[in-house]
Write a protein that binds this ligand. Structure first.
Ligand SMILES: Nc1nc2c(c(=O)[nH]1)N[C@H]1C(S)=C(S)[C@@H](COP(=O)(O)O)O[C@H]1N2
Ligand SMILES: [Mo]
Length: 197
């Protein structure tokens, strides 16, 4: 009996440089939802950005799909310690959605159908760092994973990637969302293990 066990690939730490500290690689795609899965039809779906002036920028499903689309391959990291490497998404860069948005505020609150919220600094949504994604692995994003569309902010822990996202609200200062009010870190950098308070 050797001391090296390779029978279980699940929780074994590897030296893969893509894995942040304390994370293990999974090949599955766990579902983590704080409540039931909201069912949102494409007809009723819209994505909005609301500014301090009360201006509401709104995209219907068709308008959203008509925007320039990105194919994204990225690693995702859940605070519960699983990471999924090389995931494939398609969606719209937040830079594209913010092109016509005039705001001096530097923080956002993401809102979801079903009531979930999470805070993300505006800088973490821009410069090609975040998307509103509607496709995973070449197929329409499954409802349990956030379909019709979810936020994808892969450089932060995955709780920031709001499923069933309905919009972003500009904020003058940082404020906690759902998990951040329940003990999760305000920022959530996986490379610095910013998991909880
Ligand atoms: N609307 C909404 N978005 C959410 C959540 C949620 O409960 N509701 N959970 C978050 C958490 S904690 C994680 S780890 C990921 C899980 O996404 P998945 O279920 O597609 O793996 O979604 C995040 N986005
Ligand atoms: Mo999570």
């Amino acid at each position: 009996m050797g001391i090296i066990s390779s029978g279980f690939s699940g929780r074994r730490r590897t030296d893969d440089p893509r894995l942040p500290p304390g994370q293990y690689k999974t090949d599955g795609f766990p579902v983590l939802s704080a409540g039931p899965t909201p069912r949102v039809s494409h007809d009723e779906w819209a994505f909005t950005i609301t500014t301090e002036k009360g201006t509401v920028h709104r995209w219907s499903w068709d308008e959203f799909l008509a925007l320039p689309q990105d194919d994204v391959s990225t690693d995702i990291h859940c605070v519960t310690s699983w990471s999924k490497l090389g995931t494939s998404w398609r969606g719209v860069k937040l830079d594209t959605l913010f092109e016509g948005v005039d705001t001096d505020y530097e923080y956002t609150m993401a809102h979801s159908y079903g009531g979930y919220t999470t805070n993300v600094p505006l800088a973490d949504l821009l410069d090609g760092k975040a998307w509103v994604a509607h496709t995973f692995d070449g197929s329409a994003l499954a409802p349990e994973h956030g379909g019709p569309a979810r936020l994808l902010v892969p450089h932060l822990y995955f709780w920031k990637s709001a499923k069933w996202v309905s919009g972003l609200e500009m904020l003058p200062k940082d404020a906690p969302g759902f998990w951040e009010s329940n003990g999760y870190n305000m920022y959530g950098d996986p490379w610095r293990e910013e998991r909880y308070w």
